[in-house]
Design a protein around this ligand. Structure first.
Ligand SMILES: Nc1nc2c(ncn2[C@@H]2O[C@H](COP(=O)(O)OP(=O)(O)OP(=O)(O)O)[C@@H](O)[C@H]2O)c(=O)[nH]1
Length: 465
């Protein structure tokens, strides 16, 4: 799960807190507007009250003042004017006496600190005295000026009242909204957040339920339905995925088994083929009668050893052997006996030249070639002599041989002279010539090729050149 680093996380402000702040802001604005309206209204009603008061004062004092003026009772008039100006809402009282023959006389009484104002109401009324019933005489005018300070004092008291009630009202409203929002929304949103935070693939089947009447259908119930639907879909999807994964694993295992079986089969087949190939290869390189290497094998090895000797400078000797008077042997003892003789001679040769690297091959009817890597002519000649002795030791009777009473062989030997010989065939010719020489010298002997054409006589009693 990817977590947002704390440094990048925005500062957490609860939804309820935002609602409260918004409500308080709205209430403040509302309070300002209402306070303004109510203040204007209070001012208007204050003006109306003061006008009413002035009117009432005028009604109360009109008759007594008219009487005092008519009766010329100045003292009483002054007393009345003084008592009028003592009424709190009155700032100034002006009484003007009218007389037909005289200049109007003005009596003015002003409250201390009062100033003429355009805002405070003013009331001017005519003073009439009823001399006789039904006969009225105008004696003067009576002007009352309201005191603006009283208006402001009253307004201040009213404003305080308005502000206190309005603020209390707004605070109560904000508190109520916060409480309702918390109970109806915030607590459930927290529950949903907690539920989502605890969700794991293993508890997707545990559905979300809010602690409130199920009959309540609103945005929260839609959210709960959506969350549960999402969980259900996710759970189904995960189950399908797990099932598919299991099937996939089973298929994979089955496929692996098949591949293993097939591989084993192929390996067995390959092993059998390799064995068969090795067998065929062996057969292709083996002389079926004697079990020695055949001509083909000899031709392969001779090139390898020839090149190795040229490269390393190690000596390489070649023996070419031939059974003496073998035609006569066949003629006297029969072909099967001839085969038996060939097998016995071959075994004797193989036993004598059994050093690693020696190669004994049957290269013709009764002709054999022996490759002796690392062996020089002197050592090779000794080995050839041992060969002749080994064949003689077989004591195979040969009545028609002119060389001995038993089967004998003649051997031609040549050592590779790397300075002179460039092809193996040359070495073979040299050994073959030495063999020819051994034959012509009476057989049953070893002849080593050399310019002097040395012939050695074997221990069998025959001559060696
Ligand atoms: N039994 C048998 N005889 C074979 C085989 N291969 C060749 N021969 C015989 O070997 C004889 C070789 O005779 P020649 O080449 O005249 O030589 P040789 O009689 O040994 O006389 P020299 O070599 O001069 O001593 C032939 O009679 C072939 O038939 C074989 O596999 N089995």
């Amino acid at each position: 799960m990817t977590e947002i680093p704390s440094a990048q996380q925005p500062r957490s402000v609860s939804l309820g807190g935002r609602i409260v702040l918004a409500t308080l802001g709205f209430c403040l604005l509302f309070t300002l507007v209402v306070v303004g309206l109510r203040t204007w209204s209070a001012w208007q009603s204050s003006l109306a009250v003061m006008s009413g008061e002035l009117k009432l004062i005028a009604q109360v004092y009109e008759r007594t003042l008219s009487k005092s003026i008519w009766e010329m009772d100045r003292e009483s008039m002054q007393t009345h004017i003084a008592s009028v100006v003592n009424v709190p809402s009155v700032g100034q009282v002006v009484v003007t006496l009218q007389s037909a023959n005289r200049v109007p006389e003005v009596f003015r009484r002003t409250r201390e600190g009062w100033q003429m104002s355009q805002l405070a109401p003013t009331l001017q009324t005519q003073l009439d005295y009823e001399v006789f019933p039904g006969t009225k005489e105008t004696v003067g005018t009576f002007a009352l000026y309201g005191d603006e300070r009283v208006l402001w004092t009253r307004l201040r008291a009213e404003i305080a009242n308005i502000v206190i009630t309005q603020v209390a009202q707004s605070l109560l409203l904000a508190g109520l909204i916060m409480l309702l929002f918390s109970r109806l929304v915030t607590v459930h949103v927290r529950r949903i957040a907690q539920h989502l935070g605890q969700l794991t693939p293993s508890n997707l089947r545990q559905l979300l339920a809010l602690d409130r009447p199920p009959s309540r259908q609103d945005e929260l119930s839609q959210l709960v339905t959506g969350v549960n639907q999402l969980q259900s879909n996710l759970s189904d999807y995960l189950e399908r995925q797990q099932r598919d994964e299991k099937e996939l694993v089973a298929h994979r295992d089955h496929l692996a088994d098949l591949v293993r079986e097939r591989t084993t089969e192929l390996e067995n087949t390959n092993t059998r083929l390799e064995d068969a190939n090795a067998l065929l290869d062996g057969l292709a390189r083996t002389d079926p009668l004697t079990g020695l290497a055949n001509r083909r094998h000899f031709d392969e090895i001779k090139q390898i050893e020839f090149r190795r000797a040229l490269r390393t400078g190690q000596p390489l000797s070649l023996l070419v052997c031939d059974i003496d008077f073998f035609k006569r042997y066949n003629d006297r003892y029969g072909h099967a006996a001839g085969d038996q003789c060939l097998r016995a001679v071959a075994e004797a040769m193989q036993t004598t030249c059994s050093r690693a690297g020696d190669l004994v091959a049957r290269i013709g009817g009764e002709e054999f070639a022996i490759l002796l890597p690392g062996i020089d002519a002197a050592h090779g000649a000794e080995l050839a002599a041992h060969l002749c002795q080994a064949v003689a030791a077989l004591a195979i009777p040969h009545q028609d041989s002119e060389a001995a009473a038993h089967v004998t062989i003649s051997v031609g030997l040549a050592q590779l002279d790397a300075a002179q010989v460039e092809r193996f065939d040359t070495l073979f010719d040299q050994a073959d010539k030495a063999l020819y020489q051994a034959k012509s010298q009476g057989r049953n002997q070893v002849v080593v090729h050399s310019p002097a054409a040395i012939a050695l006589q074997s221990d069998t009693g025959s001559n060696h050149g």
